[in-house]
Design a binder for this molecule. Structure first.
Ligand code: URA
Length: 239
């Protein structure tokens, strides 16, 4: 049985400090299975015991996984002296001090950013070996020919000589400033902008709409986060 001291439980969930747990235990505001524990050192079972604080159940979550619909102007970092970061958009009830974005979107890119405190999970998503697919909507500043689309799809060579893996492209709106959907399975720096740059197209709008098999919720407004449930997590690792 996975045991943990009560004060560690509260501090790991960033709800109360160890000192505060001591005071609250004395006041009788913390219960374990309807019983008031005798000490903050009480050893609880994180799988089975039901802990309440002031009558509210406190679930044990070692890791949190968050879907953010990132707006423009926000940076994918944990800390920035000038700009707002993706962590500034995490609401208090989901916030942990060890959160970080699993992968980066450019400041002007919008859409799906996964924020977690699970390093192993993030590593699996980001590892180039795993080729997790990411889907984007891209608006170009000029028309693109069928041959140029094929060139990008076949695994284009970037200006610095880096060869990209094949991508797949669907034209959503043709025309002078076409809207495309592109799926790539790697995450090089400014990758999509650089891929289209090779065929002399600028990117005027970029939105990540899917990571692995998990789509960004269509009704999640920009700037808003929601928790990703455990039964959805495996979808991200789908290829
Ligand atoms: N490719 C880019 O060029 N920018 C992003 O933010 C993501 C992918």
């Amino acid at each position: 049985m996975p045991t943990m001291r009560l004060d560690k439980f509260f501090s790991s969930q960033e709800i109360l400090s160890r000192k505060e747990v001591k005071a609250e235990v004395k006041k009788g505001t913390i219960k374990v299975n309807d019983t008031i524990p005798s000490s903050p050192e009480y050893k609880m079972d994180t799988d089975k015991d039901i802990v309440t604080y002031k009558g509210k159940e406190i679930p044990y979550k070692p890791y949190v996984y968050i879907m953010l619909n990132k707006p423009q102007g926000v940076v994918s970092a944990t800390d920035d002296k000038i700009n707002k970061t993706v962590l500034d958009l995490v609401p208090k009830e989901l916030f942990r001090s060890d959160l970080f974005p699993a992968g980066r979107l450019d400041k002007d890119t919008v859409g799906f950013v996964l924020i977690t405190n699970d390093g192993d999970f993030a590593h699996n998503i980001l590892s180039p070996k795993n080729h997790i697919e990411k889907k984007y909507l891209v608006r170009l500043d000029k028309s693109i020919t069928e041959e140029e689309i094929q060139q990008v799809e076949q695994g284009i060579t970037l200006a610095d000589g880096t060869v990209c893996r094949p991508a797949s492209i669907q034209v959503i709106e043709a025309g002078e400033t076409p809207l495309l959907e592109i799926v790539i399975s790697e995450g090089k720096y400014h990758q999509i902008k650089r891929m289209f740059g090779v065929v002399n197209c600028g990117v005027t709008y970029l939105k990540r709409t899917q990571m692995g098999g998990l789509r960004l919720d269509e009704d999640l407004p920009e700037g808003i986060c929601r928790e990703i449930m455990h039964n959805e997590l495996h979808k991200i690792l789908l290829k």
